[in-house]
Design a protein around this ligand. Sequence first.
Ligand SMILES: [Fe+2]
Length: 201
Amino acid sequence: MQRKFNIEQVHELLYQALETERGGIKIYTTALKAAVNPDLKKEWGEYLDETRTHEKVLTGVFEELGLDTETKTPGRDVVAHLGASLVKAIEMALAAGDAAGAQLVAGECVVLAETKDHQNWELIGHVAKNASGDMPKVLKKAFDAVEKDEDHHLYHTTGWTRELWIESLGFPAVLPPPEEVKDVETAIGAARAEKAREQML
Ligand SMILES: [Fe+2]
């Protein structure tokens, strides 16, 4: 059965997704300056490389679909604004001179950015799965190349930020976090890993 869907809104999703990845490159570049823990620094270095790849994958999608990578929309402008604000927030924390505090801010900013990034790709996957025609095939190829990275970026950084906060509060922390150790790739897996942290102390 041919399904009807809103093609303009699919394009809007792609414009926002590309802007999210571009913002992500800047956020990771800034967050790396705030990373103190060497394992976290290494992790974010890898995520920066992967985010650069995602930007390239999406640029390929735009080429295949005949879309202009520089098209501006009100929604895309908001994504750019939020990304720039997250960079500014990390810079504010760095300027304050508290290295541990700045690392926490950077972790929270990465989680905020990756929450949007993760949802973008879930939605791209939803279109790929539920729409018909040639466009979903292009999206499916991109989704398959990127989706697992996005799970790592969100769930693992959430774990890092929680454990670094717990450590800063003066309690025993699991570092690297359970999400990292258990190589979590789903929301259910992340919930299980968090539950198991007590046994990992
Ligand atoms: Fe990404």
